[in-house]
Design a protein around this ligand. Sequence first.
Ligand code: ATP
Ligand code: BTN
Length: 334
Amino acid sequence: MSYTSFDNVGLVKVLSFFQTHDSEYLSGQDLSDVLKISRVAVWKHIKKIQTLGYKIESKQKLGYRLVDDTEKLLPWEITRDLKTENIGKRVYYFEELDSTQNFAQQIAADKKENGTIVIAEKQTAGRGRLDRKWTSPKGGIWFSLIIHPKFDVSSSTLIPILSAVALSKSIKKSLGVETEVKWPNDIMLNGKKVAGILVDASVQANNIDYLILGIGINFDIDTKRLEKRLSKTPNFYGVNSLRENNNNKTPPKILLKEFLFQFEKNLASLNKGEKAKIVKEWTKNAAGIGRKITINTSNGKISGVSQGIDTDGALKIKTKKKIERVLVGDVDLS
Ligand code: ATP
Ligand code: BTN
């Protein structure tokens, strides 16, 4: 099953009417008169709305009323009251997909998809960095964001960094949970991985056609099960889930919308050339700076004291001999 923010008009009309008449009973006839659709169509939409996880009660003689919203990241829930100008205004939602990155790739070249997001409730072939697998059961926030950036390739290396900053900040703002960023673009909660970021790019000469940002957030997942499955994989240092550490019931859409807003702000900052500002923000929340760390690269291990990142997003590490710059690898903090 899939939905977008630009179709399903009838269903959204009925739902919006319920949402703007919070907890009031509405009769099928009234809905049909006001929305100018048949009673049968009203009834069909109500049934569909219920299957999407919204709670609608019905009472004889009184009609229907909405008593609870869904937790699903449905397109119209994302676009409603979204504070951004462009990011997240078009949304594709899938109950199940191989990978949101793959779907995004098929549509990304189209100009109108600049800022579009693709969401899946569950992925069967989720991808992580460095060709790894990303386990994506129900309960996570798995999405891809398409951007057609104005800047050149040299600035784009900061995209994962500014995304990590935006994600960490939005987690704090929406859930009140403090996280750390771990180079290159992991988000860590109590020393364990709670989110990861991946960037696929289509580049020609020195121009970027588009970037597809893939973001995976362990929002409400069974960490014990996941840890069991992942404990022998590379770069494993434990898995965390946001809701396990946060008793309030803030729905996932609040976090996603806050992220889109923070991301757009940071992107505007990069467009203005404010690289140092982004690096500074990242550094404030970064794990391991000034400490002895090891980086695993394809050319072997480098151990030394972490000096933080430069304006290309490269990690600087002080070894016995010199300061090395690393662009690709995994950091071991232990
Ligand atoms: P292969 O069969 O190709 O060896 P694998 O599943 O055994 O693959 P990798 O693909 O090599 O393992 O690595 C998986 C990586 O992704 C690890 O770093 C793991 O910690 C991480 N990972 C995957 N899914 C999640 C998730 N939902 N949350 C946190 N980390 C994850
Ligand atoms: C990492 O290795 O840390 C990056 C993980 C990125 C996972 C997300 S989930 C949504 C999007 N679709 C994918 O297949 N991968 C990214």
